[in-house]
Design a protein around this ligand. Structure first.
Ligand code: GTP
Ligand code: MG
Length: 391
């Protein structure tokens, strides 16, 4: 059953949601919390709201600090290439060494801890794809509570398309991985796709409500989901429901902001003594959940596997386009998410083109003959060549 909040709490929530000023939002959220009845059904909601309150307090403090001191550097970087991958891990695991080995970036590799204190981007080429790898300052215990560069690194991870979680095989990798994952989880970033997932993406007024169920509603109807959202005054939003989801989970999604990021574990220093045994332990511990690439930045071993694993983990496809009447297709592919359709491609080329779309011709190995005429809902796969005809 959903939490069944009293109407005055729902109204207060709406006020808090609409508040633009962090101080005002903080006050309203505290008032909201005082109106929420305390029982088992509301405990998760209370935890989420308390987290929001903590974050707001930090934000306000940070602003105060900025006013008195220098302006803080941006907490994340402009995206480039097919995907932005945040390179994170504890200190001295070899993040800068990897960035130097596989990208064009120049960054200091140092035996001293916490050498990298800013975000450092670099471009890594894999076939005709470019990945932007961003080294973030090292995580540590307490990062999610605001320690050191924690907030910057976690904001970068939250904003990235995917993650490289790096561990050092000259020491216990499981402990390092656990610390890294725990800090991320506290910052509501998860790397294992939850079975059920609800995304509530609020939009500006007038957009209306768009609910799509990709999975199944376990204990409620579509109408009940609509009613629940309306009850919280969510009127303009894109809502996506994945997996088998309960009404309670939909309600939780209104309050929380957990994000899922595809991730690869890179286990560095495979050249170190005892590293192979530690790798085996790591594989047993995490190998079923996440892909692991064992490398050595010293010897270069394993580096050649990183591109392919990233490509697979990021679930992206390359689509080559061709002008009607031309023989050759583009050298530079469009990068789309796996499952993308001809319509998504057209929209990517030009927003106009999706409206003027007439039909497409697709060349692909899996088709019995090529080119094949295709409609806008045709699902594309990596390597397809597409020619779009407009009206
Ligand atoms: N044995 C071995 N040592 C390595 C390897 N890669 C990096 N190192 C060493 O590990 C230390 C830390 O390397 P960095 O690349 O600076 O590590 P980092 O993760 O960027 O560290 P911070 O930015 O300080 O958090 C340096 O002394 C490197 O020489 C490797 O493959 N094998
Ligand atoms: Mg570094």
């Amino acid at each position: 059953m959903p939490t069944n909040l009293p109407p005055e709490a729902k109204d207060k929530w709406e006020e808090a949601e609409a508040a633009k000023n962090p101080r005002e939002k903080l006050r309203l959220l505290e008032e909201f919390l005082s109106l929420v009845p305390q029982h088992h059904g509301t405990s998760r909601l209370c935890v989420q709201v308390k987290k929001q309150i903590t974050n707001l307090r930090k934000e306000i403090e940070e602003k105060k600090r900025k006013k008195t001191g220098k302006t803080a550097p941006k907490s994340f970087l402009e995206k480039e290439g097919a995907a932005q991958i945040a390179l994170i891990g504890l200190t001295k695991v070899g993040k800068s060494s990897l960035l130097t080995a596989v990208t064009n970036a120049k960054v200091e590799v140092s035996p001293n801890p916490y050498a990298t204190r800013e975000l450092v981007p670099g471009i890594m080429n894999y076939n005709d794809i470019q990945f932007q790898i961003v080294e973030a300052p090292a995580l540590m215990e307490g990062a999610s509570a605001g320690k050191a560069w924690g907030p910057k690194t976690l904001a970068t991870a939250r904003n990235a398309d995917g993650l490289i979680i790096m561990v050092d095989l000259s020491q216990d990798p499981i402990e390092q991985l656990s610390t890294t994952l725990a800090e991320m989880e506290s910052a509501q970033i998860v790397v294992v796709k939850p079975k059920a997932r609800v995304e509530v993406d609020r939009r500006s007024t007038g957009v209306g409500m768009h609910i799509t169920v990709f999975g199944k509603l376990a204990d409620c109807t579509f109408k009940e989901v609509e009613e629940l959202l309306k009850g919280y005054h969510v009127t303009d939003a894109v809502v996506k429901i994945y997996g088998e989801t309960t009404l309670k989970e939909v309600e939780n999604a209104i309050f929380e902001s957990t994000v899922y990021k595809p991730a690869v574990i890179v286990a560095n220093k495979i050249d170190a003594r005892g590293a192979r045994n530690r790798l085996k332990l790591l594989e047993t511990y995490a190998g079923k959940k996440l892909p692991i690439v064992a490398i050595s930045c010293y010897t270069g071993s394993g580096l050649e596997n990183l591109g392919e694993v990233l490509f697979k983990t990021m679930s992206i496809i390359r689509i080559y386009t061709k002008e009607p009447n031309e023989k050759d297709y583009s050298e530079k592919p469009f990068i789309l998410k796996r499952g993308a359709t001809v319509y998504d491609l057209a929209k990517n080329i030009h927003s106009d083109l999706s409206e003027k779309f007439s039909f497409a011709r697709v060349w692909a190995k899996r088709l019995p003959y090529s080119p094949q005429k295709a409609g806008s809902s045709f699902v594309l796969e990596d390597g397809d060549i597409v020619e779009i005809h407009a009206k």
